[in-house]
Design a protein around this ligand. Structure first.
Ligand SMILES: Cc1cc2nc3c(=O)[nH]c(=O)nc-3n(C[C@H](O)[C@H](O)[C@H](O)COP(=O)(O)OP(=O)(O)OC[C@H]3O[C@@H](n4cnc5c(N)ncnc54)[C@H](O)[C@@H]3O)c2cc1C
Ligand code: SF4
Length: 512
């Protein structure tokens, strides 16, 4: 298509690869076209790993090809063809100038920044931009606002129960299946000394010609970016993403719950689904994921604690953080309740540290673009919070390395839940702990030169040292938090002289 006039120009971003997208409702192949762009800005506005860039571009190119096969025109700006626009906004303006559409249509982007840029670009051309409601999610933003309206108690648990009732998932006669809403207590077990045993490894997907082209492009264009493209085996098509979901439900779901919080040296996937990246770029939908898990429960193939735990993550947490993001942006991004002012520790880009836990988590993350929830929260995130990293810097780093990081989901999780930057909106207390937690939930400390029980001296575990210092630095704030009472009481029991030594040692870790 060259300079033809269009009726609708449908913008599809890299995280909107939904074959049933509402943006495509009523699409007329004779009069409409899809616009997709591999924009340099999206690959560089935060320092990003090669793997992350490749994942997005490969999934986009497969989506483009599937749409073309379905007879739709796709105006695709590939980074390695001609001189593509550097920004999504520039691409939109160029396409409008060329095709003079009556309107531009899309579903809500995953990033407030992108929405602003596209609205501004469309506004400057005078062509109306219609942002359609996105049925990918169970709840609309208006649903979330209605839930939040006038509520004194604003917590995930209440939102999740409301969503269970509304959708009927795991409900019978208006009651939760199994007569309990939540099986968290059964879901916090460590693996024990013998480790996780044999767990079916996740399915891997060999790159075909389209993905191989992208890998070559990324290596050439972003050779200096962190991470590696070796062993790239992510699902980047809908078929592969559906298979990855099935692989999880068949092979790992039954043990997902019990060891959901456990960590083990050398392995991140364990019993997790590893579908977040495919879900977030919408190769699969949350309904497909929850329905598949519930079907396994109903068929007797997975226990309730595992299935409820999985459904809670998607129907509860995923929808909750999205609602928070869109109802609180842009102010949310600037929150820094703990007044943290340190830069990201440099070793977070390399994994070069003596701490056995962080060394393993970070090197694996750089290799794969993945870590499971507790590694993010009670490993890497915990260290960043206690050392005093600026919460937005922590979020930027997270955006750069994880395949599943999109602003709407990374920001509330990283800045809010993990760094407590929002002062208690996502979670009512900071997730802070000493090395004892990691020792209890993993085998890392066995092979570490530090000792999780020691807070001072050569062998002091940095987590333990930082933990006491963190509590002491924020004692006044936490004293009023009922859920922190025990931790603050334990701080008060510390000998003053010992605490002084701990704090001096913590100061060195914090770069004072
Ligand atoms: C600091 C921090 C940052 C995070 N950033 C992201 C992010 O950028 N993108 C992202 O998708 N998840 C994020 N999460 C949530 C969660 O850690 C990941 O969704 C999960 O680890 C992905 O792995 P999985 O697919 O194997 O998930 P599983 O453990 O198998 O869980 C199933 C699904 O539940 C959903 N889910 C679980 N917890 C959350 C949550 N808190 N928020 C939203 N969805 C959730 C995901 O879609 C996930 O695929 C973050 C968590 C923390 C603590
Ligand atoms: S001793 Fe501390 S630093 Fe070492 S693995 Fe355990 S928690 Fe991590």
């Amino acid at each position: 298509m060259t300079t033809t006039t269009l009726r609708n120009l449908v913008v599809v971003c890299g995280d909107q690869l939904d074959h049933d997208s509402a943006a495509l409702d009523g699409f007329d192949p004779g009069r409409d076209a899809i616009l997709m762009t591999e924009a340099a800005e999206e690959a560089t506005y935060v320092w990003q790993s090669k793997r992350r860039i490749a994942f997005f571009f490969a999934a986009m190119r497969h989506f483009r090809d599937a749409q073309r096969k379905a007879g739709r025109t796709v105006l695709y700006n590939a980074m390695d063809e001609g001189t593509p626009p550097d920004t999504l906004a520039g691409a939109l303006k160029a396409a409008i100038a060329r095709h003079d559409p009556e309107q531009v249509i899309m579903v809500q982007p995953g990033d407030w920044r992108v929405q602003q840029a596209l609205e501004t670009a469309a506004g400057e051309t005078g062509i109306p931009l219609t942002i359609r409601e996105d049925p990918h999610f169970y709840a609309t933003i208006a649903d979330f606002e209605a839930f939040a309206d006038g509520r004194k108690r604003f917590i995930l648990e209440d939102f999740y129960r409301m969503m269970r009732k509304r959708t009927g998932l795991l409900m019978r006669d208006d009651k939760p299946v199994g007569d309990a809403w939540n099986y968290d207590k059964e879901n916090r077990r460590a693996f024990g000394r013998n480790g996780p045993g044999l767990i079916a490894p996740r399915a891997r997907y060999q790159p075909g010609p389209v993905t191989l082209d992208v890998l070559r492009l990324v290596e050439k264009r972003f050779g200096d970016a962190p991470g590696t493209l070796e062993d790239f085996s992510e699902p980047v098509t809908r078929e592969d993403a559906l298979h990855a979901l099935e692989d999880f439900v068949t092979n790992r779901l039954r043990d997902f719950g019990t060891h959901q919080d456990a960590m083990w040296d050398g392995s991140s996937t364990l019993n997790h689904s590893r579908i977040s990246a495919a879900l977030n770029v919408r190769l699969i939908g949350p309904r497909e994921a929850c329905d598949a898990a519930i079907a396994a429960y109903e068929a007797g193939a997975a226990p309730l604690n595992a299935v409820e735990g999985f459904v809670r993550q998607i129907l509860g947490w995923r929808e909750w953080v999205r609602g928070l993001y869109w109802t609180r942006m842009p102010d949310y991004a600037g929150l820094n309740a703990l007044e943290a002012d340190r830069d990201l520790p440099a070793f977070f880009w390399t994994g070069e540290t003596d701490m056995a836990c962080l060394r393993d988590m970070l090197t694996r993350l750089l290799r794969t673009g993945y870590a499971h929830h507790i590694e993010r929260l009670m490993g890497m995130g915990l260290y960043l919070m206690m050392v005093g990293t600026r919460p937005y810097a922590a979020h930027d780093w997270h955006m750069g390395l994880y395949l599943d990081a999109i602003d709407w989901v990374s920001l509330p999780n990283m800045l809010g839940m993990s760094q407590h930057g929002d002062g208690g909106i996502v979670g009512t207390k900071p997730y802070c702990a000493s090395g004892a937690y990691i020792d209890r939930m993993s085998n890392y400390c066995d092979g570490c030169r530090f000792d999780p029980k020691q807070s001072t001296g050569e062998r002091a575990c940095p987590f333990t040292t930082l933990y006491w210092d963190f509590l002491a630095r924020h004692e006044d704030r936490f004293a009023g938090n009922r859920r922190m009472a025990l931790q603050v009481r334990n701080l008060h029991r510390k000998d003053a002289a010992e605490l002084r030594i701990i704090r001096a040692q913590a100061g060195k870790l914090r770069g004072n």
